[in-house]
Design a binder for this molecule. Structure first.
Ligand code: C5P
Length: 402
């Protein structure tokens, strides 16, 4: 557990993103951290101290002038008896208070009294985030040594307005916490990953082959995202026109059987992500010489043989990686078919996409997937393949850290 024994003071200020702090508490505790929550008055309009208390298994501090709390712990001890103070969500108002040293409630008083590192996850309307006053405050806080995670760009929950201001996702905040507290160790350091990507080419004769339209964009992006989190990545790629991602060992293959051999040779690994669009069939016996077109003769028949299923082989292998992940392109009953595939192939997760409307996923830059696991299904919004890759890499780091 990456945060074993770490004591975190979590200040929740008032914003719709406060609901995500409930998940943040859960994620921090899963990693062994102890979470002491402090809520502002406004935060309690969005989530209840009861929910925060239940998830953190701790008393929730809300009032500077509570006689019992002051006798018991006291705001100065609260501010100092921790390894890190997180403010999530951090509102424009609380940032302004911090920047000017105001201390008129428990949260702002702790933030002025603490000598511990402070991490802010701002969440506010994009106009408020872009306002010169907030920009000034942010600069002041940065030069005071306060760290930031997010905000991200996206649509606001309340207004539907788009722009920067959405609170970082709980797992991103956790990653920032781990980085801060564990001396910058990357979450997938010393982990080995195998990724397949691209199509396979199955020869008919020395000059002709059977192929498909896979570009390799999604698989390559996943290999790059895993490497970015510190993993040692072997990417086994079929023939593609995109460049090799940096920081990754790339093995170029053509046929499914070569791809399988390269994947097996790269074992053992902690995670395998099989993204390649492996051809289901190869030509049973490819001709050694170019097949000649003979005038007046019927076209030669193509006898096909089934290719090895690489995902299934890995999913049932004696040296099976801890995590085995596959993809599925489905045109109907996406979830049910994905679930069945998960079982059949011995995978832990299947990322399924609905290709029924010829949405340009294959070869395109964006992807819309469902993450199907043993315990449920998540519907991810339409995003860039790079973002799908980053989100998946974060999930892999998360699953391997348990
Ligand atoms: O069975 P289907 O081709 O739909 O399964 C897709 C998943 O299985 C993908 O993750 C793909 O990379 C993997 N696969 C494989 N070897 C095959 C066929 C599919 O690894 N021969």
């Amino acid at each position: 557990m990456t945060l074993s024994g770490k004591r975190i003071l979590l200040i929740i200020s008032g914003g719709i993103a406060a609901y995500k702090s409930l998940d943040l508490i859960r994620r921090l505790r899963e990693r062994g951290a102890e979470v002491r929550p402090v809520m502002t008055a406004a935060a309690q309009e969005f989530v209840t101290p009861l929910a925060v208390g239940a998830l953190s298994a701790s008393h929730v501090f809300t009032d500077l002038f509570s006689r019992e709390d002051e006798q018991d712990v006291g705001h100065i001890r609260l501010a100092r008896e921790c390894d890190l103070v997180i403010v999530a969500p951090a509102t424009a108002d609380l940032m302004a208070k911090m920047a000017s040293g105001l201390a008129n409630d428990l949260a702002s008083t702790i933030l002025l009294a603490t000598d511990r590192p402070v991490l802010l996850a701002p969440a506010m309307n994009p106009k408020m985030w872009a306002h010169p006053a907030t920009r000034r405050n942010r600069k002041t806080l940065s030069s005071d040594g306060v760290r930031f995670v997010g905000p991200a760009a996206g649509e606001m929950a309340e207004s539907g307005e788009a722009g920067e201001g959405r609170m970082a996702e709980p797992l991103e905040i956790v990653a920032a916490v781990e980085k801060l507290l564990n001396g910058g160790q990357k979450p997938l350091a010393r982990r080995k990953a195998i990724v397949t990507s691209g199509p396979t080419h199955e020869p008919i004769d020395p000059v002709r082959y059977i192929a498909n339209r896979s570009s390799g964009k999604q698989g390559h992006a996943i290999a790059a995202a895993l490497a970015k989190l510190g993993a040692e990545v072997t990417l086994v790629s079929g023939p593609v026109t995109i460049p090799d991602p940096s920081g990754v060992r790339v093995i170029h293959v053509e046929r499914a059987e070569e791809m399988r051999d390269a994947v097996l040779a790269a074992l053992p690994a902690d995670v395998a992500v099989m993204v390649a669009a492996v051809a289901d069939w190869r030509v049973a016996s490819a001709a050694g010489n170019k097949i000649k077109k003979k005038p007046g003769e019927a076209p030669p028949p193509l006898q096909l043989a089934e290719n090895p299923d690489i995902l299934k082989t890995i999913g049932h292998h004696p040296s099976r990686p801890t995590l085995v992940i596959g993809f599925a392109a489905e045109t109907e009953n996406v979830t049910e078919n994905g679930r069945a595939k998960l079982e059949r192939k011995g995978a832990d997760y299947i990322l399924a996409n609905d290709v029924s409307h010829a949405t340009g996923i294959m070869g395109g830059d964006r992807n819309r997937v469902k993450l199907i696991g043993r315990n449920g299904v998540e519907d991810w919004p339409d995003m860039d393949k790079e973002d799908v890759a980053a989100k998946l890499a974060a999930r892999i780091a998360d699953a391997l850290s348990r």
